[in-house]
Design a protein. Structure first.
Length: 165
């Protein structure tokens, strides 16, 4: 996949759901959490600045993407399920393959693996949603379905090294 189509795929996903899903409710201002700790994924992933997410890395080999989005709002009453629906809402023909509650970074989190399409391209998404200390964190691995397994292990390692304050 060329860089242009990979970026278009990422933009469709992040722009349609991921970036706007955590707007929360109420009138409190929404902000990012600069205190998150993580180790960037290794090569072939390179940092990209193509969305409003906190951090985005895209594989120079496959176009697969790892992204972090944090949103902090003192009074956000959205449940993990609400956030899941908002984030994945931009994916066409969505089929959830796995949806489970897991323990992550000392809190309850939602882990969803799904397939669908964006602009006619078959995609697979591994999404972890965590609420901690008035912040919500989305950690996502977005891949063209045919390349999903190629770099999924890098995302698993990335998750193990993530910490929210």
């Amino acid at each position: 996949m060329g860089k242009t189509s990979a970026r278009a795929l990422l933009f469709v996903f992040l722009g349609s759901g991921f970036g706007c899903a955590l707007l929360g409710s109420g009138e409190d201002p929404v902000k990012k959490n600069p205190g998150i700790k993580f180790q960037p994924p290794p090569n072939p992933f390179a940092q990209s600045h193509i969305s409003s997410a906190d951090q985005v890395w895209q594989s120079e080999s496959t176009g697969n993407t790892i992204a972090i989005n944090s949103t902090c709002q003192e009074y956000s009453d959205l449940t993990l399920k609400d956030l899941q629906q908002n984030i994945l809402g931009g994916i066409e023909n969505l089929k959830v393959q796995s949806d489970k509650t897991v323990s992550f970074d000392g809190r309850e989190a939602q882990r969803i693996v799904s397939v669908g399409s964006a602009e006619g391209v078959s995609i697979s998404v591994d999404l972890l949603i965590l609420k901690k200390n008035n912040c919500t964190y989305d950690l996502a691995y977005i891949a063209r379905s045919k390349f999903y397994d190629d770099e999924h292990g890098i995302f698993e390692t990335f998750l193990k090294r993530f910490h929210a304050p």
